[in-house]
Design a protein around this ligand. Structure first.
Ligand SMILES: [Zn+2]
Length: 127
């Protein structure tokens, strides 16, 4: 099994994001970003939830993610920039190339990541 990783790194899933989905801790915010995108593409909702610490998590977050995963084609991910703000704070600017019902649903986001107890978490988009 050498299927390409859904994060479109060009690497096989087996050696790219799968180890993170199986429990390896991403060393960088970018690795976490890539593995979260791949998790969206594969519908791994548990991984998405456990790698984020949203300031105000909606009670129906799991359902919303599931719906988003089901209704979206995950075409590609481009990492545009990464910035280290501190040892435990970083931003990643990315473009998610997505389709929804045949329409382009791509977007660009600059996201904040924080490291807590040795693990990176997705905090949310920055203005
Ligand atoms: Zn990957």
């Amino acid at each position: 099994m050498n299927k390409p990783c859904p994060c479109t790194s060009g690497q096989p899933y087996q050696t790219c994001c799968q180890p993170y989905h199986k429990g390896r801790i991403p060393a960088t915010a970018v690795s976490l970003m890539r593995s979260r995108y791949a998790a969206y593409a594969l519908g791994k909702i548990g991984y998405i939830l456990k790698t984020e610490q949203l300031s105000a998590r909606q009670p129906d977050r799991r359902k919303a993610i599931k719906q988003f995963c089901q209704n979206t084609d995950f075409i590609g991910l481009q990492i545009l920039a990464e910035e280290t703000l501190a040892a435990d704070r970083a931003t990643v600017t990315f473009r998610a190339i997505l389709g929804q019902q045949g329409r382009d649903a791509s977007f660009t986001e600059r996201s904040l990541f924080e490291k807590r107890d040795g693990r990176w978490f997705y905090i949310g988009p920055l203005e």
